[in-house]
Write a protein that binds this ligand. Sequence first.
Ligand code: ADP
Length: 459
Amino acid sequence: MIKVYNPADGSVVGEAPDMSQTDVLAAIDRTCAAFPAWSKLLAKERGAKLRRWFELVSADRRAFAELMVKENGKCLSEALGEVAYGLGFIEWYAEESKRVYGDTIPTHAPDAQVIVTKEPVGPTAAITPWNFPFMMITRKIATALAAGCTMIIKPSEETPLTAYKLLAYAREAGIPEGVFEMVTGDPKAIGEAFTGDPRIQKISFTGSTNVGKLLARNSADTLKKMTMELGGNAPFIVFDDVDIDHAVAGLVAAKLRNSGQVCISPNRIYVQDAIYDTFAATLKVAIETIRVEQGLQEDFVVGPLINQSAVNKVDALVADAVKHGATVLSGGELAKPGSLFYKPTILTDVPDDAQVRHTEIFGPVLPLYRFDTEEEVVRRANDSEYGLVAYAFTPDLGRAFRMSRDIKAGMVVVNSGSVGTESVPFGGVKQSGYGREGGYYGIQEYVSVKYTLMAGLDR
Ligand code: ADP
């Protein structure tokens, strides 16, 4: 069995199966065997099962949230927020299954009709990370099942308990074995079993860019469709015409979510020269009012990082920035409650050659950079191998649209620190991956387009 630890105090929260290769292959077999019947169900029937699952999980949302506090470390209010966010995908796709429409195209021959239909791609697989133990599962499986695909999921071994609890409710809702399978064990061996199996038609992955590339390479021989939601290095741009309190509030909400362990977390905060010092001072006050502790109560607190290597990474990035000339305005050290808690940390005047400028931080560190002109900040924001999300704060409408047009990212958020919801296309460009999850665009990734020519109508 795999032991699951509470990052707040190191206690054991529970266990998940450490499956053998035989167990994994048997689960893949079931996923493939279940496809014909599931794909032939009426879309309305598939939607009804998803809806039932949504209702059962909704009724137990508090237990899910409390479990996530224990296995992931996020605070209760955030965990409840994640449950609502993740449930949104089940609800949306329960409805959307009925609306996977095709097309007819004006015919090119007088006695013919041209029909375009959309078919589920087949059995699929997914691998998910630990930072959103609930939402990462529902966002993938609800989409796949609505489209008529079956799916086998490997959740993160750091947070498998929420995943298995979701699976148990899916069974209760009438989503049978094979249609939704789950495996845990050796990630590399499971990844190879997924990528090497010619019957699996698609893999959806969320995680690091390195593992994403490995999965893509290993899937080349079987030419799978892929959705890759990988790393980010999000710029957060604050122009000098903003309401500073509003921009600080947006930054704090976006940055401290899950202690900064989020792929869309603001990673490079560019503040225009004229307001730089006031912005930094306001941010310091805002950050220092937030408590760092285990999050079992309703109000927002910053919880622990997921494990020791996450703490070591954050610590090393801060030390390197200081070595290169940055100043620690706040934090910069471990917090009291336990060995995995790190204080929200503001770094000012960070030079571009510090590692933190080029690395996905995945921790509560806010590096501030100064900029002068719009042209300069767009160039610097785009100077990254990643392109997941960019944030900009400005009341100037023309400038807001220029941010949307000129920033190379899959998502641009203007005047808000909040990105995700079930109805929007979530995903990146460049080394942040490809494919979209959520809403109309998300389900298109699970269907293939079939063109049928019905000719000879007048014979
Ligand atoms: P993170 O740094 O967010 O943990 P990873 O890419 O390491 O990102 O992990 C995301 C998911 O990928 C997890 O479920 C993890 O178990 C899985 N994973 C890690 N290494 C491999 C691998 N070699 N093959 C397949 N999956 C892997």
